[in-house]
Design a protein around this ligand. Structure first.
Ligand code: RUB
Length: 325
């Protein structure tokens, strides 16, 4: 049985009380620490089995954000190493809590570094458009404000869950002049915009960015208006499985988010589609701001190689292959 606190946390991610890829990743790491702190077994194998179950419970909450899978993997990998060394359940518990804390700390540090890099790109007089509610994008903007830069922001409301309202509130609270617009007004305003700054749920190995539905439309309109598009993304949002050509699963959310059931029931023959994310191709992105530096999207593979310790080598018959450390 899972501890109550863990079930509440998993429900929190599922119901989007806890949301945004960075927050989801840190919450997942916290979930495994909750499991560790509530486990009382003295059998290391039973501990690992329970950890695996907690891992799956958390993994299945939201399918798109790779930060979730990567945070879980980060913790699990370190605990599995201790298990392999033949250590007891107490050592495994300790390793779980330690790795969870480490992940959360490094996530916060990454966001801080991204804010520093990103704030440098913002100039006095800029009008910046953002979409959805990205803690990374907001950190970039609030850091620029803290540095005394004078700029304005347009926040898209981001239907159907209206996360743009959260963004607008956060920016206004930081003293940044912000205008909330409906998503379909983005093209109307784009000619006046200087930069688009958004966050990311997933960066693929070819530099495409998966973010809140509508991001690709904003990027397309930005490209048409020759406006630069910047994406803030920590390295744990880069997806290792996309190197093998695996596609990113796009979460389909309930129809009631778009239209209440009572209304839909009066519209015979109408079906609702509610994808939560879309894919912006690398060509529509000017730069991805990571904690390792600002990169062109095409260099995403290099971030993955560094993050996972891969290198390019040769196999026995001289073919180029990617090797693991
Ligand atoms: C949130 C969303 C955010 C990214 C990045 O979607 O698309 O732009 O997750 O956020 P949802 P952050 O509301 O469905 O979780 O920069 O905070 O990681």
């Amino acid at each position: 049985m899972y501890p109550k606190e863990l079930i509440e946390l998993a429900d929190g991610i599922k119901s989007m009380r806890i949301r945004g890829a960075a927050e989801i990743g840190r919450a997942a790491a916290e979930g495994l620490a909750i499991y560790a702190n509530s486990s009382t077994t003295s059998d290391p194998d039973a501990y690992m089995e329970g950890l695996g179950e907690a891992y799956l419970l958390l993994l299945n909450t939201r399918p798109t954000a790779v930060s979730l899978a990567n945070a879980l993997r980060y913790v699990q990998h370190r605990v599995a190493k201790v298990h392999k060394e033949g250590q007891g359940a107490d050592a495994l518990r300790e390793a779980t809590v330690k790795a969870s804390k480490e992940f959360k700390r490094s996530s916060m540090e990454a966001v801080k570094r991204i804010s520093d890099f990103g704030a440098k790109r913002i100039r006095n007089g800029d009008l910046i458009m953002t979409h959805c509610n990205s803690s990374v994008a907001i950190s970039i903007l609030t850091e620029a404000k803290r540095q005394g830069k004078d700029f304005k922001v347009i926040a898209n409301e981001t239907r159907p869950r209206f996360q743009g309202r959260l963004t607008a509130k956060a920016l206004a609270a930081a003293g940044i002049p912000v205008t909330l617009i409906i998503d379909s007004a983005a093209r109307y305003f784009m000619p006046k915009v200087d930069k688009v700054v958004v966050g990311s749920d997933v960066v693929t190995s070819n530099g495409a960015v998966v973010n809140k539905i509508g991001t690709s439309q904003i990027a397309l309109v930005a490209k048409e208006a020759r406006v630069r598009v910047y994406v803030g993304a920590e390295s744990y949002k880069f997806s290792p499985s996309t190197v093998l050509g695996e596609l990113v699963e796009i979460e389909e959310r309930p129809p009631e988010e778009v239209l209440p059931n009572e209304e839909l029931s009066g519209m015979e023959g109408v079906r609702i589609a509610n994808p939560a994310f879309d894919v912006t191709p690398a060509e529509m992105i000017d730069a991805i701001i990571t904690e390792r530096g600002v990169i062109p999207p095409q260099a995403a593979i290099l971030v993955l190689m560094e993050e996972y310790g891969w290198s390019i080598g040769e196999d026995t018959v001289g073919r180029t292959v990617v090797e693991e450390e």
